[in-house]
Design a protein around this ligand. Structure first.
Ligand code: NAG
Ligand code: NAG
Ligand code: NAG
Length: 389
């Protein structure tokens, strides 16, 4: 009776509610505290990254990889190649530095894949070539198709790969931009070489070496430019439905270009003189705007690259590497590195129906990216069969 009265007693009721209020308060404090701990340990992780990177810079004796390399010397013996003096400056420059394969890392993200062992949990790694000045493109991609996420049950991760541009103050300012982006997103690999069109092969090889070290078990990769529209949701479906391939078998799929020959016209961006490449036609290759690779194929390519002199055309070079491993590129109709051909001249070229079924379209301007990424995900989007290109 007394007990019962205790519970009906007003003062006790008040106490009880005070007690439950303080329980709520304690729970809140615990939650806030835990959150605080989490952010502390996260920032601790970041500092640890930076420390590892710093100690790498200064060369810890037991680190397997050197983060810092002496500046690669130019090889003046190339001047004895016949006709060297008649070559355009960027070709001369390429030949002078063709032997250089190691450059110091300015920005690293060694834990991107959760360590070498954890990297099997990354299903699709987006590897996007981006020059320092292309800040706006990176920001748009981070908010659209390159957003890191779990898609259909598997992880998508993102990396931008970059060199340096300009000299002096301008170079410093651009490096600072990348360093600030890195602090926020941890999605940049930067090496200290000049980021030019003819150094793209070097960028690719430096990345593959990094991948072998940090993400060797990643299942698949999209290797592409920062000015493409990639339908990464579709890519996941396509890759998940590959028969009998979880990334441990060959895959090299994109827009395959067959029987191309080196361009000998000096005013082309792609000009390659016989002094650089003197064999017959190029091997079949996937247009460099974007293509898909399995982890298996990427590692094979890297392995083969160690014994093939660099060619300045990066997509052709990777095909040379896969050919040497006996692995062929295959064509995927959803990859349009030459853009979309829309037969109806009056049609809206940005009709999402054209893009919904694609894997990748080059090139695609930033200003249209956000709307397109939004529109293709609209479940109510109604496409007529004629919009399938
Ligand atoms: C490639 O980068 C190296 C290192 O910065 C530079 O010396 C060389 O001139 C670059 N080559 C081309 C063709 O731009
Ligand atoms: C991938 O598939 C191969 C067989 O093709 C199998 O041996 C391997 O264990 C699989 N890997 C994973 C991580 O599931
Ligand atoms: C790379 O090639 C070497 C021999 O040239 C071989 O021992 C090694 O297993 C290869 N690695 C891969 C990943 O194929």
């Amino acid at each position: 009776m007394n007990k019962f009265r205790l519970f009906t007693d007003n003062t006790m009721k008040n106490k009880a509610s005070t007690a439950s209020a303080s329980a709520v308060m304690i729970a809140l404090v615990v939650v806030v505290y835990l959150g605080f701990f989490q952010s502390v340990s996260e920032s601790h992780l970041n500092t640890r990254d930076a420390d590892e990177w710093q100690s790498g810079i200064h060369g810890t004796p037991n680190s397997k990889y050197k983060y810092s390399w002496p500046e690669c010397e130019r090889d003046s013996s190339v001047e004895s190649i016949s006709g060297f003096n008649t070559l355009p400056n960027h070709i001369k420059d390429f030949l002078y530095y063709q032997h250089c394969r190691h450059f110091s890392m300015l920005l690293d993200a060694p834990h991107k894949c959760g360590g070498p062992k954890g990297s099997a949990n990354v299903f699709l790694l987006l590897v996007i070539k981006s020059s320092p000045v292309n800040y706006d493109r990176r920001e748009v991609l981070r908010n659209t198709w390159a957003r890191e996420r779990i898609q259909n049950g598997v992880w998508i991760r993102r990396l931008f790969i970059s060199g340096t541009q300009e000299t002096g103050y301008n170079k410093k300012r651009l490096n600072r931009l990348l360093a600030l982006e890195q602090r926020k997103y941890r999605d940049i690999l930067q090496w200290d070489f000049h980021d030019t069109f003819f150094n793209l092969t070097l960028k690719q090889i430096l990345f593959l070496e990094w991948m072998e070290r940090n993400c060797p078990h990643v299942r698949f990769m999209l290797n592409g430019d920062d000015d493409v529209f990639a339908n990464t949701d579709n890519m996941i479906l396509y890759l998940q439905n590959l028969p009998d391939n979880n990334g441990s078998k060959h895959l090299f799929a994109g827009d395959v270009i067959k029987g191309a020959r080196p361009i000998r016209s000096t005013d082309s961006k792609y000009y390659v003189p016989p002094q650089v490449y003197d064999a017959g036609p190029y091997p079949s290759y996937c247009g460099g705007g974007g293509f898909l690779l399995s982890g298996f194929t990427a590692l094979k390519m890297y392995n083969m690259s160690l014994s093939i002199p660099l060619l300045p055309i990066d997509d052709v070079y990777l095909a040379m590497c896969s050919e040497k491993a006996g692995l062929r590129p295959e064509s995927h109709l959803g990859v349009r590195t030459a853009g979309l051909y829309i037969p109806d001249a009056n049609a809206d070229r940005y009709d999402p129906c054209y893009f919904r079924e694609m894997l990748l379209v080059h090139r695609f301007l930033s200003v249209n990216m956000y709307v397109m990424w939004h529109d293709i995900q609209d479940p109510d989007l109604n496409c007529s069969p004629s919009s399938v290109l």
